[in-house]
Design a protein around this ligand. Sequence first.
Ligand SMILES: CN1C(=O)N(C)[C@H]2CS[C@@H](CCCCC(=O)O)[C@H]21
Length: 122
Amino acid sequence: SCNLQGMWVNDLGSRMFIGPLNAAGQFSGYYLAAVSAAPNAAIRESPLHGTQHPNPPRAQPTFGFSVNWSFYDSTTVFVGQCFLDENGDEFLEATWLLREEVATHADNWKATRVGQNVYVRV
Ligand SMILES: CN1C(=O)N(C)[C@H]2CS[C@@H](CCCCC(=O)O)[C@H]21
């Protein structure tokens, strides 16, 4: 079945490490963004926390997690599902919302980006 634990990479080249699940399906880990609005030199590991359906183990569970960027005033939340391909290899389909801190409420309209990415195991 699909378990999020371990190291993943997406099509942007970003990597994330997901730690062990607890009984409630909660996990922690870190995210290493391959690209950012911040200068590349600033990019560093950022903590993530989330949940996936733990018990009973689901073959292709849904998950969610959020990343508190340690080098930029923004936050990303991810939701998605773990799938098994025809070879039995796991991949993640994720949709994300990236919320950037903007200077004034007048800029609120342009503060949230959305996207989708696929992750495969490193
Ligand atoms: C590299 N990325 C990646 O692997 N994504 C799935 C997307 C959604 S989070 C964003 C990086 C945000 C870094 C901090 C910032 O620039 O606000 C982009």
